[in-house]
Design a protein around this ligand. Structure first.
Ligand code: HEM
Ligand code: HEM
Length: 183
């Protein structure tokens, strides 16, 4: 359970694991852009697809755990608009991190391909029919959603750091197992 001022240990573990994996997933997509051949690009991107599936599962687990162990009450000193903005950004994270992998799966299925999750198991193509133009259109939107996600991550991280380093209200330590948090 969450103690009064902090997120629970499991919420912290999921938050930081998901954060690292999202950054890695993005960097892998960027690395694939520079691949010399189509085959090399495909080999690099298969890691991007597989991590997308892992992120989906972890975000789903996070949302279930959030019902069992709800977040602590907002920091007392935060203004109304700050709370609203934070809530909107957190909602956007959950929405994007669930919708982006599903969109990726639908798009890949439009080319007729399965998703191999590190060779451990495969997600078969969804029965959406082959339509490469649709697949490419979805990937285009997926890429734009990825950029939006990165911008939100930057705002989110800067806000957490500003509250912690400038306002010294301990916001960051709500997501860490150490440090002083203000109620
Ligand atoms: C890929 C990157 C990240 C994602 C997707 C992400 C996502 C989220 C989400 C969804 C929440 C809300 C948790 C909930 O109430 O269920 C949250 C909270 C939080 N995140 Fe992140 N985060 C990321 C990176 C970071 C980074 C880099 C920092 C710090 C510099 C950070 C600091 C925090 C803090 C302090 C909270 C708690 C805010 C509060 O007390 O209300 N996050 N994050
Ligand atoms: C939560 C999971 C995922 C995140 C955060 C994510 C994020 C991203 C990002 C940031 C880009 C690069 C955008 C750019 O620089 O233009 C990208 C591109 C791409 N992603 Fe994902 N992705 C995820 C899951 C998936 C999955 C599951 C698939 C396929 C099954 C997939 C397929 C692709 C493809 C093909 C591209 C290249 C798109 C293009 O610009 O044409 N992604 N993704």
């Amino acid at each position: 359970m969450n103690s009064q001022a902090r997120y629970s240990g499991l919420a912290m573990l999921l938050h930081w694991t998901i954060a690292v994996l999202v950054i890695a997933t993005w960097r892998i997509a960027e690395a694939a852009e520079g691949a010399a051949t189509r085959e090399a690009k495909g080999a690099i991107m298969s890691n991007h697809f597989a991590l997308g599936v892992v992120i989906f599962a972890l975000v789903a687990a996070r949302l279930v755990w959030r019902q069992v162990s709800p977040p602590p009450a907002p920091v007392a000193g935060h203004r109304g608009w700050e709370r609203t903005l934070a809530r909107l950004v957190h909602f956007a994270f959950y929405a994007l991190l669930l919708v982006m992998p599903i969109a990726g799966w639908v798009a890949l299925s439009s080319f007729g391909g399965p998703i191999s999750v590190f060779g451990l198991f495969e997600l078969p193509p969804l029965p959406v029919g082959i339509d490469e133009a649709r697949g490419e259109a979805i990937f285009e939107i997926h890429g734009a959603a990825g950029i939006t996600l990165l911008v939100l991550i930057a705002i989110h991280a800067l806000a957490a750091l500003k509250h912690t380093l400038v306002d010294k209200d301990g916001t960051l330590f709500r997501m860490l197992p150490f440090g002083r948090v203000k109620g």
